[in-house]
Every structure is written in C-alpha cells, then in structure tokens.
Design a protein around this ligand. Structure first.
Ligand code: ATP
Ligand code: MG
Length: 356
C-alpha cells in the first residue's frame, strides 16, 4: 500500500533536518513492504518568498490530500519585520487550525548515553519517559481577550472556556496513547480554583470506565510543575489543557538536554497528523550541516506510530537513534568538550546503519 506524505521543509535548518527524516523513512520502506510517496510543499518564510503567503492554498491542498505531514521549521530574521499576516509563524497557526489539530503530543525520554547533558542529576532523569498530551485549540488562548477603562484605570480580561466535547476528545487521545505505553494517565488541572478544571475532572473520571486497564490520577498544576523536576520518572502520560500544557511541555523538554532531540505530533480526530521537531529554524547554524537531525528523525518515528499505526517500525527508528548515540555519534549540540563531532549527514547515516 502506498502512503502519501506531505513534506514541508520550511526555513533555516528545516530543510536539512527534514531531509534526514525523509532518508530514514526511505530506509524503513526498504525494510518493509510499505511504500511512501513524498510530496514537497512550501510553508513559512520560503512560502512568503515564493508564493506570497506563509500557508499557500497549494500547501493546504497538499496536506489535506496526504496521509501525514512532516514539517521542518519556520521563521528567521529575514521575515521578522514583516507585517503580522506575512510572518512565517502565521503559516503554522493557519495549518493547525485548518487541519483541526487539537492534540499536541510531546514525548520526552532520557537517552542513556546523554544523561549527563541534563541539568538535573543522572538518577533523577535516567528513567524519564513521559508523553505530554496538550489540548491545542481551546482554553484561554482561544477565549475573549479584552480591555476596558474602569474607574480611571485599565482592566483586562481573558476568558477560559472548555466544553465537555472538547475535553472528551483530548482525554480520549491521552487514554489511547497510554494504551500504547505504560497504561498510566496523570490529568493535570487547577480544580481547587477553576470551574473549567472541575468539569475537566468530571469528564476524565467518566471516561475511566471505558479504559479499565488505565490508571488515572489527578494532579494540580502547581504540584505537577514541582513533580516534573522532583521525580519526573513517575509520569507516563500527562493530560492537560492548552496553557498548562504549554508551560509544562517546555519545562519537561529541558529534562533530557538538547532541543535537537525532541519530536512532536499534532493530531485531530480524523484526517492528517502533523509531525515536527520542537526546535525552531535555528538560523544561527543553518546551511552548515551541523544541526542535530535526531528530533526530526524521532518525529518521523511518531509519524509512523501515530499516523500510520506502524508501531514496530517506529520502535525500530527509536532503537536506531539510541544505537547511533551508543556508538558515540554526537552532533555539536550534544558533543562533549573532548569528544568528536558528527555532521548532520554523518548522524543520519549512523541511524540508517543502525536500522539495518
Ligand atoms: P522558534 O522561535 O522558531 O520556536 P527559537 O528561535 O526559540 O525557535 P531555535 O530556532 O529552536 O529557537 O534555536 C534555539 C537554539 O537552539 C539556537 O542556538 C539553535 O542553534 C539551537 N538549536 C535548535 N535546534 C537545533 C538542532 N536541531 N540542532 C542543534 N542546535 C539546535
Ligand atoms: Mg526563532
């Protein structure tokens, strides 16, 4: 069967790391009878330059007619002064909204050979393997944002709304993800203060009966922020709303070191998923063949796991990444002072070799 993958390399190091991920997917296809077709499209700054729009309709159509989207990164100094509608980041927001991508997944896992690049102690991070499931299209970021003058001073207002159906669909994603992992969900909220959080708890509790094998715990967000540093290995899946997820996922991303390692997925109910590294376009290192391709490669693994239900092949990629690290390959961002430094292409080759 042929699967169609939309490839949107974007700006800066985007094209370099995306190419690495495409090489890996081609290597996977060779080892299985799955065929992939890669169709390239523009997004971000390059799309502004070539088509006058950060998310051109040609790209939208490409995404909608594909089985998954693989993205690099968008943005760079060249477009920073553009008017808001012509900023590269607009392309990404337009795409998420357009494709109904309400669930953002960020796995954070400790790689044994890199434990010393974490700012935390080895023994705290060595068993870390957490997936943050963040609601992406609701909550306070999508509420009312208003200001008015009251008694001679400005008053500002932001509203936080969640409906049962919005909570149900993201909770379902978390439960389903936990099934493929360690069967544990921690739902994070602020139910001692917020009504939206109390509704969140009710909905999550109601859903537990559909997933008898999954353990569910509720945790207040302030405690969760502390526990992520104090004992991050206690978590399997963290389910949370948009703003809490924004904050906690950045906190969690630092547990295991470099931005250049961490993948993400954004999923909707049906239709295509979007898979991309969490790092940006890194203009300071672009075009030098020194970017770490592992975040993009791990994003390709997520594409197989969550986009195509190819769990074994996804695991094979994750194992190959670990093997390349065990063999001592290090790009500049994760190199030690005395150790050798690999280029983007050398690291990619090492993963492909380990995959065979
Ligand atoms: P954005 O605003 O697009 O989210 P940013 O400007 O906050 O991104 P990045 O572009 O991710 O940040 O870069 C932050 C730093 O991390 C830069 O110094 C960059 O070189 C480095 N970096 C990011 N990704 C990688 C990578 N894959 N390999 C090596 N270094 C990276
Ligand atoms: Mg940036």
């Amino acid at each position: 069967m042929v699967k169609k993958i939309a490839v949107l390399p974007g700006d800066g190091i985007g094209p370099e790391v995306t190419e690495a991920a495409v090489h890996i997917l081609k290597a996977v296809a060779k080892n299985t009878n799955q065929q992939f077709e890669f169709h390239y499209g523009n997004i971000g700054g390059v799309a502004i330059d070539e088509e006058g729009d950060p998310f051109p309709s040609s790209t939208e159509e490409l995404c909608k007619s594909s089985d998954a989207v693989l993205l690099g990164a968008v943005g760079g100094p060249k477009w920073d002064q553009n008017e808001p509608a012509l900023r590269p980041e607009k392309g990404l927001l337009a795409m998420r909204k357009n494709l109904g991508l309400f669930a953002n997944l960020r796995p954070v896992k400790a790689y044994g050979p890199l434990l010393d690049s974490s700012p935390l102690k080895r023994e705290v991070v060595e068993d870390v393997d957490v997936l943050i499931m963040r609601e992406l299209t609701g909550g306070i970021y999508f509420g009312k944002h208003e200001r008015e003058q009251v008694n001679g001073e400005w008053q500002a207002l932001d509203t936080l709304t969640y409906s049962e159906s919005e909570i149900t669909r993201i909770a379902k994603k978390a439960f389903e993800a936990a099934k493929l992992r360690d069967q544990r969900v921690v739902s994070v909220d602020k139910a001692n203060v917020l009504e939206s959080s109390r509704l969140w708890r009710e909905v999550v509790d109601r859903m537990k009966t559909d997933y008898p094998d999954i353990t569910v715990e509720h945790m207040l967000v302030d405690n969760a922020a502390m526990q992520l540093i104090h004992g991050p290995s206690q978590f399997d899946v963290i389910l949370t709303e948009n703003m809490f997820g924004d904050i906690l996922s950045d906190e969690a991303s630092m547990l295991t070191g470099s931005l250049g390692l961490l993948p993400s997925a954004s999923l909707g109910d049906q239709g295509v998923g979007l898979f991309e590294p969490i790092h940006g376009s890194a203009p300071d290192i672009s075009g030098q063949n020194i970017a770490n391709p592992l975040a993009a490669i791990a994003s390709a693994a997520m594409l197989l796991k969550y986009g195509f239900e190819m769990e074994d092949e996804a695991k094979a990629i994750d194992d190959a990444i670990l093997k390349a690290l065990e063999a001592g390959y290090r790009t500049k961002d994760i190199a030690t002072e005395q150790g050798a430094v690999s280029t983007t292409t050398e690291m990619t080759e090492a993963v492909i070799k380990a995959l065979r």
